[in-house]
Design a protein around this ligand. Structure first.
Ligand code: ADP
Ligand code: MG
Length: 473
């Protein structure tokens, strides 16, 4: 490929990145390569079928128009799957060819009621964390904020032993109560309801205690073997993984599973780069798969979740009914998270049972008063701060991270560190690390400096306010 083509390709990627945003770009386009350019068509490739079909259905126009901005004569973009793809290695005891195939072709997407008992029994025998039978794909409501995460989870759940692994690990992150556990357990139920694959769901705590207990009883080897004998490892709340030995073990397990083509699915309350206690290699391994964020639940989605909860409750309490205006009121007022939505329905149910009264708007208002919270503040990331500050002061993000000490980068850098300290929960050493590996005392100095200036310099204080507003909107 010529240099000109390479340059063009870089510019097209740049356009794509600014048009879809960093998160979407890194999830879907980071591994897209240019294969060739003809006069009117361009040939691109991605490593997986999933990426291909996702990009084709959602972004093909966007990709084409980014090319046309560089090369107006291009009329077609072909996207193919690169062949150098790692395939899942079939488990030793079950050669793929000899495996009984189910007649429906794909893995059954929905859990059948009869499958619940055996699934959870086998799952717990494997040492998995308990599963909640209500958390399935069937009860998961899809909305704008979770479409990507849901599609990816579904894809994982429907895979069969021996299928090529689409993306590994699948890493889902969001604030609390936005459906991570629901989605992970749905993957586990659906994956285990067939006979062919073993899906193990573990909370990070269970992973830790399982491992520590196994070490104590000298069966660590057996524990590792058991882990490695499964097809899909699902780990929830990874932010709780602590301790050097456990982390080292987690790292080994992760590498072993991924290298063997087994699927790993992870949820945490923050992106891999913010998992401060994990070591750099693990973080980058985690970031190397598909990282998807779930945003807060929109009002439509909240309404959908409430409806699905009522329907579920009615299975056991036929007389329970919540009029639509009440549901709409709840969806409008309880903005915080899915747990509070569930709590609200439970209260209405309890109240209407105990008092044998129908649910009314007045009753709902009374019952949920304490669930109404002020809007959850947006989670702000250090990258966003760096990006917004760099743009404001017309420097580049790498200037902020560099060791340059000229006035035009020192002040923006200090402002950015100050914002990182005041708008995120990150510690000083972590902030230092994210600003080009600076010492925590440097960060502290910057924070104090800006604090002092903001108190007396109104121009700077306005500037900082403006930046905060941009970040919080
Ligand atoms: P997280 O693990 O992200 O903290 P959970 O998965 O525990 O959140 O979700 C909290 C509650 O909200 C659960 O009752 C869950 O079923 C419900 N919930 C969240 N998102 C959805 C969704 N998209 N569809 C249905 N229920 C949801
Ligand atoms: Mg959870």
């Amino acid at each position: 490929m010529t240099n000109i083509e390479q340059d063009r390709w870089s510019r097209v990627k740049g356009r794509l990145r600014s048009s879809v945003g960093e998160d979407v770009y890194s999830s879907w386009f980071a591994r897209m390569d240019l294969e060739s350019v003809q006069s009117e068509s361009v040939h691109l490739s991605v490593p997986t079928r999933f990426l291909k079909s996702w990009i084709q259905t959602h972004y093909s126009d966007r990709v084409l128009s980014c090319w046309q901005a560089e090369m107006p004569q291009v009329h077609r973009v072909d996207l193919t799957v690169r062949t150098a793809m790692r395939c899942a290695s079939p488990a030793k005891d079950a050669p793929v060819a000899a495996e009984p195939r189910r007649d429906d072709g794909r893995a059954a997407p929905e859990l059948r009621a009869t499958a619940i008992a055996p699934v959870s029994a086998t799952h717990e025998a494997l040492g998995g964390s308990p599963l909640d039978p209500r958390l399935t794909f069937g009860s998961f409501v899809i909305g704008r904020s979770n479409t990507l995460a849901h599609a990816a989870a579904r894809q994982v759940a429907e895979g069969r032993r021996g299928d090529p692994v689409m993306f590994n690990p699948l890493y889902i992150h969001s604030g609390v109560g936005l459906g991570k556990t629901h989605l992970l357990q749905a993957v586990t139920w659906a994956g285990n309801s067939g006979t062919e694959r073993k899906v193990l769901y573990l909370t990070a705590e269970k992973f830790m205690y399982g491992f520590v207990a196994a070490l104590k009883s000298q069966t660590a080897l057996a524990f590792k073997e058991a882990l490695r004998g499964i097809d899909v490892l699902v780990i929830d709340d990874l932010q709780f993984l602590q301790g050097k030995t456990t982390q080292a073990e987690f790292c080994h397990t992760l590498n072993a599973l991924i290298d063997a083509g087994r699927q790993v699915v992870i949820a945490a309350d923050r992106p891999p780069s913010d998992l401060e206690s994990l070591d750099e290699r693990v973080r980058s391994r985690l970031a190397g798969g598909l990282v998807v964020e779930m945003a807060s639940l929109g009002e439509d989605l909240r309404l959908g979740i409430l409806k699905s909860r009522v329907t579920a409750a009615r299975a056991h309490h036929a007389s329970f009914d919540v009029p639509l205006p009440v549901l709409e009121y709840l969806a409008r007022t309880i903005t915080h998270n899915g747990r509070d939505l569930e709590g609200a329905i439970n209260r209405l149910l309890a109240h209407s049972k105990l008092n044998a009264q129908p649910v009314t708007l007045e009753m709902a208002e009374r019952e949920i008063r304490d669930l109404v919270r002020p809007q959850e503040p947006k989670r702000i990331k250090i990258e966003d701060i760096q990006r917004v500050v760099a743009r404001q002061y017309n420097v580049s993000r790498s200037d902020l991270l560099s060791s340059r000490r000229t006035a035009n980068v020192v002040r923006p850098r200090q402002v950015a560190m100050y914002l990182a300290k005041t708008l995120t929960l990150r510690s000083l050493p972590e902030i230092g690390r994210r600003f080009g590996g600076r010492d925590h005392t440097t960060v502290l100095h910057a924070v104090r400096k800006i604090e002092g200036l903001v108190a007396k310099d109104t121009a700077l204080s306005d500037e900082v306010e403006l930046l905060k507003r941009q970040l919080q909107e």
